[in-house]
Design a protein around this ligand. Sequence first.
Ligand code: FMN
Ligand code: SF4
Length: 679
Amino acid sequence: MNDPLLQTFKLKHLNLKNRIITTSHEPAYNEDGMPKDRYIAYHLERAKGGIAMTMTAGSAVVSKDSPPSFDNIHAFKDEVVPWIKKLTNAIHDQDCAVMIQLTHLGRRTSWNKGDWLPSLSSGKHREPAHRSFPKLVENWDIERIIKEYGNAAERMKEGGMDGIELEAQGHLIGQFLSPLTNELDSKYGGSFDNRLRFTFDILSEIRKKVGERFIVGIRCVFDEVQDNGISSAEGFKIAKLLSASGKIDYLNINRGRIHTDPLLTKHIPIQGMKSAPHLDFAGSIKKEINLPIFHASKISDVATARYAISNGLVDMIGMTRAHLADPYIVKKILEKKEDDIRPCVGATYCLDRIYQGEEALCIHNAATGRELKMPNIISLAKKKKKVVIVGAGPGGLEAARVAADRGHEVIVFEAASNAGGQIRLSAKSKRRKDMLGIIDWRIAQCSKKNVKFNFNLYAESKDIINEDSDIVIIATGGTPNLELFETKKELPHVFSSWDIISGDIKPAENILIYDEAGDHAAMQSAEIAIEEGSTVEFMTPDRLISPEIMGMNLTPYLKNLQNKNITYTIAKRLLGVSLEGNKLKALIGSDYGTFKYNAIYDQIILNYGTKPLDELYFDLVPLSINEGEVNYEKLIEGKEQNIIKNNINKFNLYRIGDAVSSRNIHAAIYDALRLVKEI
Ligand SMILES: Cc1cc2nc3c(=O)[nH]c(=O)nc-3n(C[C@H](O)[C@H](O)[C@H](O)COP(=O)(O)O)c2cc1C
Ligand code: SF4
């Protein structure tokens, strides 16, 4: 047990069994604002995986006028207490500490949620990310909210929580703290001491309600890294005052601002960005301040976490997204199976989704958030079967991994010379090369279980029949779709986004990229074309560009394409393409009008999803027991399939991922997991 990560830590009276935690993150799994069974199962899985402490809630809201824009827990309601009790009992049974983050979101929310009360703030300007114009906080609001913090903390103590953490970055407390968002001319605005008063009044109220034997921490911004914002010097002063107050048991160090997509992405870096960018800053506070220090920000791998602890930069290290990808990190460290940890590839599908009002899901762990039905640990099948999988993209590889974990004999056919499918195209962008982790981890897991791979083999039905298997899974993916609804046939003279990304086609001088799918491939093509010196018109029939990419993932594209030769054209539809000398003539219209016009380009690139590569599947349908049919009720419940259409045939046939219809990586992996876990 010399591993620094496995050393215990005493947080006041609380014994933490190791140094790894998950920091607060709202997965939006609550039901009616209560952390019910799905929510509990999610945290319980991570507790079983061995973390020392789980910080629940992406800030449970303390007041009614903090509308729960992330489906936050309603900490302002008494009815929350029994649910919190159920949650804390389950987590404590795993010898894991459990706390909850409390907040008032201030302007970081929308008024059209919950009870439709106006959002409020210490300043009148709206937060760009949530768009609501807040009312300027009044004295009676301040008095009320301070009390509501105290009441919420008391409820959490009654529910058996080990402690609470205040969120003080970008939320109401943070808005009061920052000169950039505090315009009050009362005793709560203006000077440094006045801006800090709200924080200390809340802390006093909380201590009055919960006493000393209850952990109270604060997740605070100690450097806003913005002119006229909280400077690091002011941040150090805040840290010292918090420490001297005796009201706080630890500091959770944050740096930067979160009110726009680019700044949020800087604070919580996504793939292709620097690892652990704020760790040294956290370490510099630890050197000065005599309080336990917590920190999280892209500490995605065990080696970096170990470095943070062994170098004394922090006391507790947050590996939050890492645990969305693999809840069993600590157990795998203990069992000396670090190689088996499913890597967080920084895709930030999880966080981007909650800003779209969806639940958090991990791009390549379909069990996350579905713990009541989907396993992280696959159980052995009662009977060993032979499973043939065609296609080694993310869906096919997930099917192979899960089938192998079930103890089956697994054979994979792949037409290409290597595994990965469309993920290899994503990883052509240097920034997105970590996506290969999705493939590499599965290949490594399959190798450990002796899965047999046949590359460079375009399987035909005779190859499948020769294998004499029990199960056949078609995961052949798709090919770029070049047929628009309006053209009824493949557009002539155009190339696909894949042609540009793969490098098969060099971008010409003057290009139209027509994006009707709204996903990464169009933006990726635009980046490549711009890098090659092209002039690009990026056109979509939608009213927004790239609706499938979402805020944090769109950020690097929009940054790279600023001030370049690209124009964005929304609400225009490509209707046809013809040759005009050695150029291409595009016929363009719009859903918003009846006009049409022509435009001339050197090259037209189409991004319109994929069409399924399903020939083999349809060849095999009549030869299979179930004729390809899936019982959706059983699939949704994660139960064994039971359709028999034809008793003479020998194998069951299934089709997953883009071989069914053009979707995304998560969909392909979820298709595979929920089907194969019962095979
Ligand atoms: C889905 C999701 C929701 C989050 N919600 C919150 C939140 O409500 N409050 C908070 O302080 N941090 C929140 N975070 C940020 C995390 O606590 C953490 O700081 C961030 O993910 C960086 O750490 P990591 O790189 O270990 O994931 C959220 C993160 C995720 C992934
Ligand atoms: S979606 Fe990406 S960033 Fe989020 S947990 Fe999964 S792998 Fe990590």
